[in-house]
Design a protein around this ligand. Sequence first.
Ligand code: FEO
Length: 394
Amino acid sequence: MDPVEIKPGIYWVGGIDWELQNFHGYLTQRGTTYNAYLIVDEQVVLVDTVKHYLFDELRARISKVLDPAQIDYLVANHVEMDHSGSLPRMVELAPRAKIITSPKGEQGLRRHYKAAWPFEVVKSGDSLSIGKRTLQFFLTPMVHWPDNMVTYIPEEKLLLPNDAFGQHIASSERYDDEIGWAILHEEAAKYYANIVLPYGEQVKKALTALSGLEIEMIAPSHGIIWRTYLPQILDAYQHWAANDSEARALIVYDTMWGSTGQMAQSLRDGLEQAGVPVTLRNLKTTHISDVLTDVIRSRAILIGSPTLNMGVLPTVGAFLTYLEGLRPKNRIGFAFGSYGWGEQSVKKIEAVMSALGWEMPIAGVKTQYRPDQDELASIREVGAELGAVIKGSE
Ligand code: FEO
């Protein structure tokens, strides 16, 4: 694919990772892109690079516009190696280029690459005239690492926010309206849930800092460029950062001999009976990174595991660990599970929910060995009670 001119004199020159299926534990079934942007003005600027193994794509796209030796500035909005991985080779290709980055960006790049590059460190509000255009920089720590910053070009009303507003989608299309909101909403939600979720407070600060800017286009460093669905994606980020959710329930479970599975189905029946939409996910068949997309939508999270070795099944243990790291807030929790002689699984799940600060208005439910019809009926009732609580929270 050729470079794509997204504004006059500004080119997408990134790399497309069609085959990536797992981004350090996040299933990327649609692949991803690492977007880099070449700005041709009196000074030539490259904003971000690509993962190291896509360097040849980056170089080829830049070379279709100009000789990379003409680049004056390399802007490193983020240290993480999916964006800085081709910096060492870009420095070789563009020997006169200075590297613009945040204070933490400089520290991180020095630590990672052990190189004496010519850094120019910027702070929030700093700007740089490159001819007809100005680059403005805003630090956005923890969206996604401490070093993150965004680059804004006021003359173009263009925001280059690196990880923020990204989605893991590999495509020939470069713009949101070429893909459609339904798919983008799903992928942007999954991306937020798995990457940005712990940093809601920092996202709110970043959105406030950017709220005074006129923005016509957001060109992140993963996936497509937003030019049509800007109000939708900005609104979605406001809601996700506030830990808002829909009045719906998510049941996540694994089962050893089917008993906890039966409990999950009875809870689902009770919730449905109360008129609450439910998503049911078995951790044997659904990857935790996909379950997280359901977590950020759902007000109530029901987690079930039988007791195994005085704890939970390993799949549920992995999910709980992942959840503790991502820290979704303002949720209603409920734990359930079957047991043979120990009864620890419900307590372990409730301990995690409690650490996350979730409300648990209804005590967890356990059944020994196999639930009988009476027990399943009473679990269905518990589901309906939980449904009433969810309805009451609307
Ligand atoms: Fe896409 Fe935090 O790197």
